[in-house]
Ligand binder design. Sequence first.
Ligand code: ATP
Ligand code: MG
Length: 278
Amino acid sequence: MQVVSISSLKGGVGKTSVTLGLASAALAAGIPTLVIDLDPHADATTGLGVHPAGQLDIGHMIKGSRKADLAANVVPSGWLAAHKHDGAPLPVLDVAMGSAFSGIYDRPDLGRRDLRRLSTILANADRDGKAPYQLVLIDCPPSLNGLTRMAWTASSRVLLVAEPGLFSVAGTQRTLRAIELFRSEFAPALVPAGIVANRVRSGSNEHAYRLGEMKTMFGELLLSPTIPEQANWQQIQGAAHPIHQWPGDSAKNSSALFDKLLESVLTQGATRSRLYRG
Ligand SMILES: Nc1ncnc2c1ncn2[C@@H]1O[C@H](COP(=O)(O)OP(=O)(O)OP(=O)(O)O)[C@@H](O)[C@H]1O
Ligand SMILES: [Mg+2]
């Protein structure tokens, strides 16, 4: 089970959109996936179109982490209803729902025991390799407070999302430093899975300049492909639809980008794990 946090210090750069794009690519590839919505705003939960039937949200599971039953409280994504599986078994795409309640853990002073709460839930769910997931994507809130740190403690990789702008590039550098510090203190197995540049405008000189800067600064950590600014993005997300099932060429192009990005995240992360261990 590979656990990937999708993070950025800066808000609104596209963490949730990238999480949803990767979840859509994983669904299309038949990779059994769980999305954990750790942001109290619960945008990923909305985008994944869940219809809860009495399940606990992730905040309440975290509160009772030692006894939390992940399998009993995940909700299948509404995306599955429209998924064409041609008679094959329906793939797994579950959601651990977000809610404002998780906000009680988004404090800067969370202790070591609290930081381990999400890891405990995942470890209990995966005892004897029992969890049905190959991939776990954690959509983080835009801060370095308790929830993001809890997500990092439970993850082997952190995927950073950045827009190619001055403050976002500087924020990414700070986040990389924070990951490095966190790794040495709390999570020796944690490595950056890379940086995905989002909302790239192809005609923008500023974006081209910042992308060049990011390449120089971050080297192989800057993932390929980058994700362009897309006009119909909000419409697709508002309809709680996976990009892979949306009609039209532009959605098809985006789907192909997320397929590649998923592959990049999985393989680049593995390479970096080896590098860090070495
Ligand atoms: N590549 C893109 N093209 C067009 N619009 C985008 C793109 N990526 C994100 N957006 C839009 O930008 C807004 C912010 O994106 P998103 O919610 O994914 O960011 P976030 O980092 O998760 O934000 P937050 O920090 O609030 O959680 C959304 O309305 C989303 O639809
Ligand atoms: Mg978000």
